[in-house]
Design a protein around this ligand. Structure first.
Ligand SMILES: Cc1cc2nc3c(=O)[nH]c(=O)nc-3n(C[C@H](O)[C@H](O)[C@H](O)COP(=O)(O)O)c2cc1C
Length: 263
C-alpha cells in the first residue's frame, strides 16, 4: 500500500507521549514524506473535526491511565478515518499498559481507521520521579525509531486485507480508576495562569486558579507539572498515598520494561 501523508497525533498532558511521538518521527523520516505533527492535548484541538483518508498513516501517541485509554480519548468521535491507517502508541509508567492498546485500536477502528500495528513504550511515571526518570531518552530512541521503520516496511509490503494487526485481550475493559481528589493552588500561588493554559479539560478558573469542575478532572498532572512555583498539589494525605503507591509500584517493577510491539 502506498502512503502519501504521515501524521503524528498526540495527547500528552505532561509531555512524555509527545517525546515518544517525536522519536517516532526519527524513524519515519526514512520515508522522505513530510510529517504533520498534531497536538490534541488541548480540549479545543482535540474536539476539532479531522478527516483522514486512504494513503494516510497516522501514529497516535497517548499515556496509559489505570491500564486504559485516557478518558477524553475514550469518547472522541470527531475524527474520521475513511480507510486511513492508524497506529496506537502507548506511553506508560513501567507498571502495565493492560487494556490501553486494545481499547485504542478498537476506538480507532470505530472511527474508520485500519490498525496495522501498535506499540507500548515505558516512559517516566508522571506521578513519581522514582519510576524511570527522564525516559524516554537516548537509550529508548533506537527501539522507538526501529518500530516506526518496521511499520513503514509492513505497510509498503502487505496487501490492504492483510494489514490489520491482532492485539491480545478480549471482553470488557478493566474498570477505569479515579483520583480521590483534585490538585488545588496553595498560598504561594502567584496566579500566573500557567495551570489554566495547560489543563487539557479546560476546568481551571482563570481568576482563582482552582478546579471549577472537580468531576471533570482526569488527574493527568499537567497543572502540577507546569506550575513554576510548585504551588499546586493534591491534599497532603492524598500526595502521601500516591507516594506510597508509587514506591510499591517501583519495588514490584524494578527493571525498565522493554518495548512491546505488535506488527
Ligand atoms: C491518572 C494516571 C494514571 C496512570 N496509570 C498508569 C497505569 O495504569 N500504568 C502505568 O504504567 N502508568 C500509568 N500512569 C503513568 C503515565 O502513563 C505515564 O507517566 C505517561 O508517560 C504520562 O504521559 P504524558 O507525559 O504524555 O502525559 C498513570 C498516570 C496518571 C496521571
Amino acid at each position: 500500500m502506498q502512503i502519501r501523508r504521515l501524521f503524528l497525533l498526540y495527547f500528552s498532558p505532561t509531555g512524555h507521549a509527545r517525546r515518544v511521538a517525536r522519536m517516532l518521527a526519527g524513524g519515519l523520516r526514512a520515508s522522505g514524506l513530510p510529517i504533520d505533527e498534531i497536538d490534541v492535548t488541548d480540549k479545543w484541538d482535540r474536539e476539532e473535526p479531522r478527516e483522514f483518508g486512504p494513503g494516510d498513516l497516522v501514529f497516535t501517541a497517548f499515556p496509559v491511565y489505570f491500564g486504559r485509554l485516557p478518558l477524553p480519548l475514550q469518547t472522541l468521535d470527531c475524527w474520521s478515518g475513511n480507510g486511513a491507517l492508524a497506529v496506537p502508541v502507548a506511553a506508560y509508567g513501567n507498571r502495565a499498559y493492560e487494556d490501553a492498546l486494545r481499547e485504542a485500536a478498537d476506538r480507532l477502528r470505530a472511527l474508520g481507521f485500519t490498525v496495522p500495528a501498535a506499540a507500548a513504550f515505558v516512559t517516566e511515571h508522571n506521578q513519581s520521579r522514582l519510576i524511570c526518570p527522564g525516559r524516554p531518552n537516548d537509550e529508548d530512541r533506537p527501539g522507538i525509531e526501529a518500530f516506526a521503520r518496521r511499520v513503514l516496511e509492513k505497510v509498503a509490503s502487505a496487501d490492504e486485507d492483510a494489514l490489520c494487526v491482532e492485539l491480545p485481550g478480549e471482553g470488557e475493559y478493566r474498570p477505569y480508576g479515579r483520583m480521590p481528589a483534585v490538585p488545588q493552588p496553595d498560598e504561594i500561588c502567584r496566579h500566573c495562569g500557567r495551570c489554566v493554559e495547560v489543563c487539557p479539560m479546560d476546568i481551571i478558573d482563570p481568576t482563582t486558579m482552582t478546579v471549577r469542575e472537580p468531576d471533570q478532572c482526569i488527574g493527568c498532572r499537567a497543572c502540577t507539572a507546569a506550575c513554576p512555583d510548585n504551588a499546586r498539589h493534591y491534599p497532603a494525605p492524598v500526595e502521601a498515598r500516591i507516594a506510597e503507591l508509587m514506591a510499591s509500584i517501583h519495588e514490584k517493577n524494578p527493571e525498565h520494561k522493554p518495548p512491546v510491539v505488535f506488527l
